[in-house]
Each structure stands twice: as C-alpha cells, then as structure tokens.
Design a protein around this ligand. Structure first.
Ligand code: SAM
Length: 249
C-alpha cells in the first residue's frame, strides 16, 4: 500500500486506550495510515455493493465462526492479516483451490482491489473481513489453520505506539491457538526495527520456532511467496525485506 512511511495518523474509532488486545474491550482499532484512499471507481463501488456481501465473513461480534459452514469444500484453511491490495492472497487462493482463505483488511480501497481479483480470477475460496483483524482472530476456531500471513504490518515507529503493533505477545498467543501443529506463521517486514521486534516476540513464544538456518532463508523470498506492490516499492526504495517463517511446534 506504500503507506509505511507515512507519519499521519487517522484514528478510525477509539473504544479504549487500554493495552494492546488482551480482552475484547481492549482493542485499539486505530489505523496507521488511512482507512480510505481516493474515492472508489464505479466498478469498485459495484463490487463492494454486490460481491462483498456474498463473500464477507460473518461479524465476529456474533460469536465463534464455523469454517466448515463457510467453506464446505475446503480441506484446510489459511489466514492473511492486512492483505493490502490482495495480490498475495489471490495468488495463493488460485494455487490452492481446496484451501479456504480468509483475509482481513480495514482499508476500503484494498478490499475493493481484492474483490476485483476474486471476480476476474473466478476465485471461490476466499472470504473477506473488512475491518480490524483482531476481533476476527479471536472468533476463529483453534487449530484450524495451516498458515497465517502478516506481510509488512504497519510499523507504528513511535515508542508510545508500540502497543498498537499487530505483532505482539497477544498475537503470538492467538497464532499458536489458531495454527495446527506444524503450521506456519509468515511475517515480512522491510523495517529493521520491526524485524527485530518480531524475532524478539517469537523467541518469547514457546509454541514457535524460527525455521531459518542460514541468512538466505530470511533474505531471499521463497518461490511460493509472491511479491506484493508494497514489497516491490520497498525494494526499489532501498529497503530489502526480511521474510520470516515460524513453525508451530
Ligand atoms: C504496509 S501495508 C501492507 C499491505 C500488504 N500486506 C502488503 O504487503 O502489500 C499494512 C496493511 O495492514 C493493514 N492493517 C492495519 N491495521 C490492521 C488491522 N488491525 N487489521 C488488519 N489489517 C490491518 C493496513 O490497512 C495495510 O493494508
């Protein structure tokens, strides 16, 4: 989305200023960038009005989510948190038609872009949560996911905002709960401080081990990890990403 270098903050809603999510009352549903960009083109407006209701996830506030009811054909499930323009999610969904994909993204224009992929590529195995991923995560069933992706999460560079970072002790607890044994958590970042932050929290998460055994394992993007526009821009601007994969032990 090219927004990692923005310093402007646009609070969407502020329910509580308590610490990073530990309970449902403690979400700080703030976005680092904007929740809306330019106004939607008419095709995107049509997709939001007509396609989104058909592929939307149930509201997490309604209680635990039954994945088998949403994806009757799926053999496994994968989740992407903050899918941006949806190109990474759509690529995986096209590769694995028998896997049910869930994507969460609060940025309106990003959701519209993913809907365009779904329509153009005829993808029937994606469900979309337009909003904060955190309440959704808490409503998803334990042990149901084979992979979780968090690519280039918003950096929140100011120390007083660290509690708003998606990667957090809360997140590792939830990822450990959602992933099946042997499942993978993939995190990418082009911001060295966020890479260190992620590795530090991973080290403190007993349910995960970092799969890298040599520098190339995190410096080079694996073949089954498609590049996003955000990533291409980061590389062009001299910020090579780290590609981190953690295994659920
Ligand atoms: C820097 S962009 C990266 C987008 C995409 N993952 C990529 O690599 O192209 C960070 C994304 O995280 C999304 N995001 C921020 N807070 C979020 C939250 N609480 N839940 C889900 N997504 C969130 C933003 O809207 C934005 O699209």
């Amino acid at each position: 989305m090219g927004r990692a270098d923005q310093s402007g903050e646009d609070p969407v809603t502020l329910r509580s200023d308590a610490d990073h999510p530990a309970s449902k009352d403690a979400y700080i549903p703030l976005l680092y960038g904007r929740s809306k960009g330019h106004s939607l083109r008419s095709n995107h407006q049509r997709l939001m009005a007509e396609l989104l209701p058909r592929v939307a996830m149930p509201a997490p506030e309604k209680g635990p989510i039954d994945l088998a009811a949403l994806f009757p054909q799926a053999e496994e499930f994968e989740l992407e948190v903050g899918f941006g323009g949806g190109e990474h999610l759509a690529w995986h969904a096209g590769q694995r038609p028998k896997t049910g994909y869930i994507g969460a993204e609060p940025f309106l224009n990003g959701v519209a872009k993913l809907l365009q992929h779904i329509e153009k590529e005829g993808l029937s195995n994606i469900r979309v949560h337009h909003g904060d991923a955190r309440p959704l995560i808490e409503a998803l069933p334990s042990g149901a996911f084979s992979r979780i992706f968090v690519l280039h999460p918003d950096p929140w560079p100011k120390k007083r905002h660290y509690k708003r970072r998606m990667i957090s002790p809360w997140f590792f607890v939830q990822a450990a709960r959602l992933l099946e044994s042997g499942g993978a958590l993939r995190v990418a970042s082009d911001i060295p401080d966020y890479v260190r932050w992620t590795l530090m929290h991973a080290q403190q998460a007993p349910a995960f081990e970092w799969t890298a055994t040599r520098a190339a394992d995190w410096r080079e993007r694996p073949a089954d990890w498609p590049q996003t526009r955000y990533e291409a821009k980061a590389i062009k601007e001299g910020r090579p990403p780290a590609y981190l994969e953690f295994r659920r032990t």
